[in-house]
Design a protein around this ligand. Structure first.
Ligand code: TYD
Length: 136
């Protein structure tokens, strides 16, 4: 699976009452969702992540507040600011990801294509760099 990190803009159903966003598998989320988790109450000086996944696909959405997600894959290093519930970050393939600068009100919701499996993680940056060579 070729590594891919891209921002997806979701359609917003807004009216005088406020806003509603509906996400469907196979639509805005281009995989079957098998797990949802969310990260909140993170101290702004406490980065998280620092790993890559071998097979997992994910959609990250800051449903409240903001967070910066740094991604490295192939020869690319890119930072994404997630600061709106109407935008998601789609991550597929071998990507080293770090989350920084969580705002106090940040709730980072993550939709994932697989159940939690520690064996899918690469937590050693040097191992990632070695695996990543095939995408450079
Ligand atoms: P961790 O991988 O350290 O989080 P992050 O990538 O944000 O730094 O996960 C923290 C703990 O939560 C760890 O004990 C594993 C557990 N966990 C689950 O049980 N299920 C999950 O889906 C996730 C993402 C983590």
């Amino acid at each position: 699976m070729k590594p891919r990190a891209e921002i997806v803009q979701f359609p917003v159903h807004g009216d005088s009452r406020g806003s509603l966003i509906a996400l469907e598998c196979g639509g805005d989320i281009p995989f079957e969702v098998r797990r949802v988790y969310y990260i909140y109450g993170t101290r702004s000086d406490m980065p998280r992540g620092f790993h890559a996944h071998k097979h997992l696909k994910q959609m990250l959405i800051a449903v409240s507040g903001s967070v910066t997600v740094s991604c490295e894959f192939g020869a690319t290093k890119e930072r994404f600011l997630l600061d709106s519930p109407s935008r998601g970050l789609l991550l597929e393939g071998l990507i080293w990801r770090e989350m920084h600068d969580f705002s106090p009100d940040c709730v980072l919701m993550v939709f994932a294509s697989e159940h939690y499996r520690e064996e899918d993680y690469i937590r050693d940056y040097q191992v990632f760099k070695q695996e990543n060579l095939s995408w450079i």
